[in-house]
Design a binder for this molecule. Structure first.
Ligand code: ADP
Ligand code: ZN
Length: 302
Protein backbone atom coordinates (compact mmCIF):
# COMPACT_ATOMS: atom_id res chain seq x y z
CA UNK A 1 0.00 0.00 0.00
CA UNK A 2 1.01 3.58 -0.68
CA UNK A 3 0.58 7.01 0.78
CA UNK A 4 0.91 10.33 -1.00
CA UNK A 5 3.16 12.85 0.76
CA UNK A 6 2.82 16.50 -0.27
CA UNK A 7 5.23 19.12 1.09
CA UNK A 8 4.23 22.65 0.15
CA UNK A 9 7.00 25.22 0.53
CA UNK A 10 7.84 28.75 -0.54
CA UNK A 11 10.23 27.66 -3.29
CA UNK A 12 9.03 24.21 -4.26
CA UNK A 13 6.25 21.68 -3.79
CA UNK A 14 7.53 18.11 -3.37
CA UNK A 15 5.09 15.27 -4.00
CA UNK A 16 5.89 11.60 -3.50
CA UNK A 17 4.27 8.18 -3.59
CA UNK A 18 5.63 6.41 -0.52
CA UNK A 19 5.26 2.79 0.56
CA UNK A 20 4.68 1.50 4.10
CA UNK A 21 8.45 1.14 4.68
CA UNK A 22 9.16 4.73 3.70
CA UNK A 23 10.56 4.03 0.22
CA UNK A 24 9.66 6.67 -2.36
CA UNK A 25 8.30 5.02 -5.55
CA UNK A 26 7.67 8.20 -7.51
CA UNK A 27 8.46 11.85 -6.95
CA UNK A 28 7.52 15.15 -8.58
CA UNK A 29 8.94 18.56 -7.72
CA UNK A 30 6.86 21.53 -8.82
CA UNK A 31 8.31 25.02 -8.48
CA UNK A 32 6.03 27.18 -6.32
CA UNK A 33 4.58 29.53 -8.92
CA UNK A 34 3.90 32.78 -7.08
CA UNK A 35 1.93 34.14 -10.06
CA UNK A 36 -0.56 31.24 -9.79
CA UNK A 37 -3.45 31.07 -7.32
CA UNK A 38 -3.39 28.32 -4.67
CA UNK A 39 -6.43 26.76 -6.41
CA UNK A 40 -4.41 26.54 -9.64
CA UNK A 41 -1.43 25.09 -7.75
CA UNK A 42 -3.58 22.38 -6.14
CA UNK A 43 -4.88 21.51 -9.61
CA UNK A 44 -1.25 21.06 -10.78
CA UNK A 45 -0.51 18.97 -7.69
CA UNK A 46 -3.48 16.65 -8.27
CA UNK A 47 -2.47 16.23 -11.93
CA UNK A 48 1.02 15.25 -10.79
CA UNK A 49 -0.42 12.77 -8.27
CA UNK A 50 -2.73 11.16 -10.82
CA UNK A 51 0.15 10.99 -13.32
CA UNK A 52 2.43 9.26 -10.82
CA UNK A 53 -0.27 6.76 -9.84
CA UNK A 54 -0.94 5.95 -13.52
CA UNK A 55 2.76 5.26 -14.09
CA UNK A 56 2.91 3.02 -11.04
CA UNK A 57 0.10 0.85 -12.38
CA UNK A 58 -0.97 -2.10 -10.19
CA UNK A 59 -1.15 -1.30 -6.50
CA UNK A 60 -2.32 2.23 -7.11
CA UNK A 61 -5.76 1.22 -5.81
CA UNK A 62 -4.14 0.73 -2.39
CA UNK A 63 -3.51 4.40 -1.63
CA UNK A 64 -4.24 4.85 2.07
CA UNK A 65 -4.41 8.61 2.12
CA UNK A 66 -2.71 11.92 1.51
CA UNK A 67 -0.49 13.69 4.03
CA UNK A 68 0.08 17.41 3.56
CA UNK A 69 2.81 19.42 5.30
CA UNK A 70 2.81 23.20 5.01
CA UNK A 71 4.64 26.14 6.60
CA UNK A 72 2.95 27.20 9.83
CA UNK A 73 1.04 28.74 11.38
CA UNK A 74 -2.03 26.71 10.35
CA UNK A 75 -5.62 26.13 11.41
CA UNK A 76 -5.57 22.36 11.65
CA UNK A 77 -9.26 21.83 12.46
CA UNK A 78 -10.32 23.86 9.38
CA UNK A 79 -7.50 22.45 7.22
CA UNK A 80 -6.38 25.98 6.42
CA UNK A 81 -3.21 27.94 6.01
CA UNK A 82 -3.07 31.07 8.18
CA UNK A 83 -0.55 33.69 7.09
CA UNK A 84 2.62 32.02 5.74
CA UNK A 85 5.27 34.72 5.13
CA UNK A 86 6.72 32.87 2.11
CA UNK A 87 3.35 31.99 0.57
CA UNK A 88 1.38 35.24 0.81
CA UNK A 89 -1.31 34.17 -1.70
CA UNK A 90 -2.08 31.07 0.39
CA UNK A 91 -3.21 33.06 3.47
CA UNK A 92 -6.45 31.53 4.85
CA UNK A 93 -6.57 29.03 1.95
CA UNK A 94 -8.58 25.90 2.81
CA UNK A 95 -6.11 23.47 1.33
CA UNK A 96 -7.68 20.27 2.73
CA UNK A 97 -11.12 21.13 1.26
CA UNK A 98 -9.47 21.83 -2.09
CA UNK A 99 -7.72 18.42 -2.13
CA UNK A 100 -10.95 16.75 -1.07
CA UNK A 101 -12.53 18.00 -4.33
CA UNK A 102 -10.19 15.68 -6.23
CA UNK A 103 -9.68 12.79 -3.83
CA UNK A 104 -12.08 10.83 -1.64
CA UNK A 105 -9.15 9.62 0.49
CA UNK A 106 -8.32 10.40 4.13
CA UNK A 107 -6.22 13.57 4.33
CA UNK A 108 -3.94 14.51 7.21
CA UNK A 109 -2.65 18.06 7.57
CA UNK A 110 0.14 19.40 9.79
CA UNK A 111 2.73 22.13 9.80
CA UNK A 112 5.95 20.99 8.13
CA UNK A 113 8.03 20.75 11.33
CA UNK A 114 5.42 18.45 12.91
CA UNK A 115 5.38 16.33 9.75
CA UNK A 116 9.20 16.06 9.78
CA UNK A 117 8.99 15.02 13.44
CA UNK A 118 6.77 12.09 12.51
CA UNK A 119 9.15 11.23 9.67
CA UNK A 120 12.04 10.95 12.17
CA UNK A 121 9.85 8.77 14.37
CA UNK A 122 8.81 6.57 11.46
CA UNK A 123 12.13 5.77 9.76
CA UNK A 124 14.64 8.26 11.13
CA UNK A 125 16.75 9.09 14.17
CA UNK A 126 13.95 8.61 16.71
CA UNK A 127 12.53 5.23 15.59
CA UNK A 128 12.96 3.80 19.09
CA UNK A 129 11.86 6.83 21.08
CA UNK A 130 8.52 7.51 22.74
CA UNK A 131 9.65 10.97 23.83
CA UNK A 132 11.73 13.28 21.67
CA UNK A 133 11.86 16.81 20.34
CA UNK A 134 12.74 17.56 16.72
CA UNK A 135 14.25 20.95 15.89
CA UNK A 136 14.90 22.19 12.37
CA UNK A 137 17.46 24.98 12.04
CA UNK A 138 17.11 26.23 8.49
CA UNK A 139 15.86 29.52 7.03
CA UNK A 140 13.86 29.77 10.26
CA UNK A 141 13.64 27.51 13.32
CA UNK A 142 10.77 25.08 13.81
CA UNK A 143 10.18 22.17 16.13
CA UNK A 144 7.90 19.25 16.79
CA UNK A 145 7.07 17.51 20.06
CA UNK A 146 6.66 13.75 20.16
CA UNK A 147 5.67 13.02 23.75
CA UNK A 148 4.26 9.94 25.48
CA UNK A 149 4.23 8.11 22.15
CA UNK A 150 2.37 10.70 20.09
CA UNK A 151 2.75 13.98 18.24
CA UNK A 152 1.63 16.99 20.28
CA UNK A 153 -0.36 19.10 17.81
CA UNK A 154 -2.15 21.39 20.26
CA UNK A 155 -5.60 22.93 19.82
CA UNK A 156 -4.96 24.35 16.35
CA UNK A 157 -1.94 22.41 15.11
CA UNK A 158 0.63 24.98 16.17
CA UNK A 159 2.27 23.35 19.20
CA UNK A 160 6.05 23.27 19.09
CA UNK A 161 6.71 26.70 17.56
CA UNK A 162 10.02 26.74 19.41
CA UNK A 163 11.50 29.26 16.98
CA UNK A 164 9.68 31.92 18.97
CA UNK A 165 10.97 31.07 22.43
CA UNK A 166 12.66 34.29 23.58
CA UNK A 167 16.40 33.68 23.97
CA UNK A 168 18.01 37.14 24.08
CA UNK A 169 15.72 40.20 24.10
CA UNK A 170 18.70 42.52 23.59
CA UNK A 171 19.24 41.21 20.06
CA UNK A 172 16.57 43.00 18.04
CA UNK A 173 13.02 42.35 16.89
CA UNK A 174 11.87 39.08 15.33
CA UNK A 175 9.37 39.00 12.44
CA UNK A 176 6.73 37.88 15.00
CA UNK A 177 7.14 41.19 16.89
CA UNK A 178 8.85 39.83 19.99
CA UNK A 179 12.45 40.63 20.79
CA UNK A 180 15.28 38.13 20.49
CA UNK A 181 13.44 34.95 19.49
CA UNK A 182 15.40 31.69 19.02
CA UNK A 183 14.84 31.99 15.25
CA UNK A 184 15.92 35.63 15.21
CA UNK A 185 19.26 34.83 16.88
CA UNK A 186 20.17 31.29 15.74
CA UNK A 187 18.52 30.32 12.40
CA UNK A 188 20.57 30.06 9.20
CA UNK A 189 19.23 33.50 8.26
CA UNK A 190 20.29 34.88 11.66
CA UNK A 191 23.80 33.39 11.39
CA UNK A 192 24.23 34.90 7.92
CA UNK A 193 22.89 38.29 9.11
CA UNK A 194 25.16 38.52 12.15
CA UNK A 195 28.18 37.21 10.25
CA UNK A 196 27.60 39.74 7.47
CA UNK A 197 27.33 42.59 10.01
CA UNK A 198 30.63 41.56 11.62
CA UNK A 199 32.49 41.23 8.34
CA UNK A 200 30.93 44.19 6.52
CA UNK A 201 30.10 42.02 3.50
CA UNK A 202 27.43 39.51 2.61
CA UNK A 203 28.12 35.94 3.72
CA UNK A 204 25.92 32.84 3.99
CA UNK A 205 25.57 30.73 7.14
CA UNK A 206 27.71 28.05 5.50
CA UNK A 207 30.48 30.61 4.83
CA UNK A 208 30.29 31.82 8.43
CA UNK A 209 30.99 28.26 9.61
CA UNK A 210 33.85 27.93 7.10
CA UNK A 211 35.46 31.10 8.53
CA UNK A 212 35.00 29.61 12.00
CA UNK A 213 36.87 26.44 10.95
CA UNK A 214 39.66 28.70 9.64
CA UNK A 215 39.89 30.32 13.08
CA UNK A 216 38.59 33.81 12.24
CA UNK A 217 38.56 35.48 15.70
CA UNK A 218 35.40 37.65 15.47
CA UNK A 219 33.51 34.78 13.85
CA UNK A 220 34.69 32.38 16.57
CA UNK A 221 32.98 34.40 19.28
CA UNK A 222 29.86 34.71 17.12
CA UNK A 223 29.71 30.93 16.67
CA UNK A 224 30.20 30.22 20.36
CA UNK A 225 27.35 32.64 21.06
CA UNK A 226 25.15 30.86 18.47
CA UNK A 227 25.98 27.45 19.97
CA UNK A 228 25.03 28.80 23.39
CA UNK A 229 21.72 30.10 22.00
CA UNK A 230 20.93 26.69 20.48
CA UNK A 231 21.92 25.10 23.78
CA UNK A 232 19.51 27.43 25.61
CA UNK A 233 16.71 26.44 23.24
CA UNK A 234 17.48 22.75 23.85
CA UNK A 235 17.67 23.16 27.64
CA UNK A 236 14.30 24.94 27.65
CA UNK A 237 12.74 22.11 25.63
CA UNK A 238 14.40 19.44 27.80
CA UNK A 239 13.19 21.10 31.01
CA UNK A 240 9.67 21.42 29.60
CA UNK A 241 9.20 18.01 27.97
CA UNK A 242 11.76 15.62 29.48
CA UNK A 243 12.59 13.99 26.11
CA UNK A 244 14.94 11.02 25.68
CA UNK A 245 16.55 12.69 22.70
CA UNK A 246 16.69 15.92 20.70
CA UNK A 247 16.92 15.43 16.94
CA UNK A 248 18.28 18.42 15.00
CA UNK A 249 17.73 18.79 11.25
CA UNK A 250 17.68 21.59 8.67
CA UNK A 251 20.53 23.07 6.61
CA UNK A 252 22.50 24.42 9.59
CA UNK A 253 22.66 20.92 11.16
CA UNK A 254 24.87 19.90 8.19
CA UNK A 255 27.72 21.68 9.98
CA UNK A 256 27.98 18.54 12.07
CA UNK A 257 30.18 17.81 15.08
CA UNK A 258 31.25 21.41 15.81
CA UNK A 259 27.65 22.24 16.47
CA UNK A 260 26.48 19.01 18.12
CA UNK A 261 29.42 18.77 20.55
CA UNK A 262 28.90 22.38 21.65
CA UNK A 263 25.17 21.93 22.21
CA UNK A 264 25.71 18.62 24.05
CA UNK A 265 28.20 20.36 26.31
CA UNK A 266 25.77 23.19 27.13
CA UNK A 267 22.98 20.71 27.86
CA UNK A 268 25.30 18.67 30.08
CA UNK A 269 25.88 21.79 32.20
CA UNK A 270 22.47 23.40 32.39
CA UNK A 271 19.54 21.00 31.97
CA UNK A 272 17.78 20.84 35.29
CA UNK A 273 17.50 17.14 36.03
CA UNK A 274 20.41 14.66 36.05
CA UNK A 275 18.56 12.66 33.37
CA UNK A 276 17.99 15.83 31.34
CA UNK A 277 21.71 16.62 31.36
CA UNK A 278 22.30 13.28 29.64
CA UNK A 279 19.78 13.93 26.83
CA UNK A 280 21.30 12.82 23.52
CA UNK A 281 21.54 15.59 20.90
CA UNK A 282 21.62 13.86 17.52
CA UNK A 283 21.43 14.82 13.83
CA UNK A 284 18.28 14.07 11.86
CA UNK A 285 18.51 10.91 9.76
CA UNK A 286 16.25 12.15 6.95
CA UNK A 287 17.75 14.61 4.48
CA UNK A 288 16.52 15.81 1.11
CA UNK A 289 13.18 13.98 1.19
CA UNK A 290 12.21 14.95 4.77
CA UNK A 291 9.18 16.88 3.53
CA UNK A 292 7.71 14.00 1.51
CA UNK A 293 8.52 11.32 4.13
CA UNK A 294 7.15 13.48 6.94
CA UNK A 295 3.92 14.15 5.04
CA UNK A 296 3.54 10.41 4.28
CA UNK A 297 4.19 9.61 7.94
CA UNK A 298 1.10 11.69 8.81
CA UNK A 299 -0.95 8.87 7.24
CA UNK A 300 1.15 5.85 8.17
CA UNK A 301 1.55 6.80 11.84
CA UNK A 302 -2.09 7.74 12.46
P1 ADP B 1 14.82 25.58 4.00
O1 ADP B 1 14.83 26.62 5.08
O2 ADP B 1 14.37 26.12 2.68
O3 ADP B 1 14.12 24.33 4.40
P2 ADP B 1 17.50 24.49 4.54
O4 ADP B 1 17.00 23.54 5.57
O5 ADP B 1 18.50 23.99 3.55
O6 ADP B 1 16.36 25.17 3.69
O7 ADP B 1 18.15 25.70 5.35
C1 ADP B 1 18.75 26.78 4.71
C2 ADP B 1 19.71 27.47 5.67
O8 ADP B 1 20.71 26.54 6.09
C3 ADP B 1 20.44 28.62 5.02
O9 ADP B 1 20.56 29.66 5.97
C4 ADP B 1 21.79 28.02 4.68
O10 ADP B 1 22.81 28.99 4.64
C5 ADP B 1 22.00 27.05 5.81
N1 ADP B 1 22.88 25.93 5.43
C6 ADP B 1 22.69 25.04 4.42
N2 ADP B 1 23.71 24.16 4.36
C7 ADP B 1 24.57 24.49 5.34
C8 ADP B 1 25.83 23.97 5.79
N3 ADP B 1 26.41 22.92 5.20
N4 ADP B 1 26.41 24.58 6.84
C9 ADP B 1 25.83 25.65 7.45
N5 ADP B 1 24.67 26.18 7.07
C10 ADP B 1 24.04 25.63 6.02
ZN1 ZN C 1 9.60 35.43 16.98
Amino acid sequence: SYTIGVDIGGTKIAIGVVDEKGAIHAKTILPTDHTATPTQMVDRIQQAIHGMLMDLGPGKEHVLGIGIGVPGPIDKTKGKFLCPPNLPKWANFAVVDEFQKYFSLPIQFENDANAATLGEKWIGAAKDNRNFVYITISTGIGAGLYINGGLVSGASGNAGEAGHIVIDPGKGTCRCGQKGCFEWVASGTAIARQGSELLGKHVTAKEVFQLYQEGHPAISSLISEIVTYIGMGCVTLINLFDPEKIVIGGGVSEVGEVLFAGIQNYVRQYALSPKGRETAIVPAALRQDTGIIGAAALIFLR
